[in-house]
Design a protein around this ligand. Structure first.
Ligand code: AP5
Length: 220
C-alpha cells in the first residue's frame, strides 16, 4: 500500500510497479472518478466530497473497495493507492485483505504543490501528464489518443490546500499505525520518476522478491 500526501507520486509509481509485477493497481481515487464519469449512484454521492478535497465517508469507501477486491483480477495481488486513508479504513482492511508492506512517500510541501498544479489528465484514457515534468508531445493533447487534456477539479489552489489539511488530520495518523505493526517503510519521493522507481524497487524486493514475469500493461 502506498501512503503519502496528495501529489507525492503514488499513482505514477503504483501503475508502474503493478505492471512490472503483473498485479492489480487499485487506486480508490481512479475508482471514484470512474464512477462519477459513468454517473453511477456511487459517483453521484461522492462528487461533492471530491471536488472540495474532502474524504468520502468510510462506509461508502469500504463498500466500493470490498466490491473491487472480490473481482478475479485482484486474486494475483494488488498495489493499493489511496486506501486506507483513515484509521477506521485501516482496521476494516485488516479483516478483508491484510497488507504485506506500506510505503510512505516523503516529499517537500513546495514540490507537492508544484506537481499537483502542473498535473493534466487525459479524460479518455486517464494517462497522467505534467506540464513541467512530464509534458505531452503536443501541448494540451494526449500522446496516445489526441484527446484534450484536462485539470482535475481538485487540483485547483483551494481544494489542494484543503487536501493537504485533510491528509495531515485524517491520514497521517496511519504512519504511526503501520509503524507500530512493523509494516512501514519510507521512500524519498524526490527526483525523477525513474529514480523514485529504483528506490521503491529495492524496498519492495526486500519484502517480496520478484518471482514472476510481468503480465499486465500499466494502467497509467
Ligand atoms: P486520489 O486520487 O487518491 O488523490 P491523492 O491522494 O490526493 O493523490 P493524487 O492522485 O493527487 O497524487 P499522487 O500521489 O497519486 O501523484 P501522481 O502520481 O498523480 O484521491 C482523490 C480524492 O478521492 C480524495 O481527495 C477523496 O475525496 C477521494 N478518495 C480517494 N480515496 C479515498 C479513501 N480511501 N477514502 C476517502 N476518500 C477517498 O503525481 C502527481 C503529478 O506529479 C503528476 O502530474 C505526475 O506526472 C507528476 N509526478 C509524479 N512523480 C513525479 C516525479 N518523480 N517527478 C516529477 N513529477 C512527478
Amino acid at each position: 500500500m502506498f501512503l503519502g500526501p496528495p501529489g507525492a507520486g503514488k499513482g505514477t509509481q503504483a501503475a508502474a510497479l503493478a505492471a512490472q509485477r503483473g498485479v492489480l493497481h487499485l487506486s480508490t481515487g481512479d475508482l471514484l472518478r470512474a464512477a462519477i464519469a459513468a454517473g453511477t449512484p456511487l459517483g453521484r454521492e461522492v462528487d461533492q466530497y471530491m471536488r472540495a478535497g474532502e474524504l468520502v465517508p468510510d462506509d461508502l469507501m469500504l463498500r466500493a473497495l470490498s466490491d473491487r477486491l472480490t473481482r478475479p483480477d485482484a486474486r494475483a495481488g494488488f498495489v493499493l493507492d489511496g486506501f486506507p486513508r483513515t484509521i477506521a479504513q485501516a482496521s476494516a482492511l485488516e479483516q478483508i485483505a491484510p497488507l504485506d508492506l506500506v510505503v510512505s512517500f516523503e516529499l517537500s510541501q513546495e514540490t507537492l504543490v508544484e506537481r499537483l498544479s502542473g498535473r493534466r489528465v487525459c479524460p479518455r484514457c486517464q494517462t497522467v501528464y505534467n506540464v513541467t515534468t512530464r509534458p505531452p508531445r503536443l501541448a494540451g493533447r494526449c500522446d496516445l489518443d489526441g484527446a484534450e487534456l484536462v485539470q482535475r477539479p481538485d487540483d485547483q489552489p483551494g481544494p489542494i490546500a484543503n487536501r493537504m489539511k485533510v491528509y495531515a488530520r485524517q491520514t497521517a495518523p496511519l504512519l504511526q499505525y503501520y509503524q507500530e505493526r512493523g509494516r512501514l517503510r519510507t521512500l524519498a519521493a524526490n527526483g525523477s520518476p525513474e529514480e523514485v522507481a529504483a528506490r521503491l524497487r529495492r524496498i519492495v524486493d526486500a519484502v517480496r522478491p520478484e518471482t514472476t514475469a510481468p503480465t499486465r500493461p500499466a494502467s497509467r
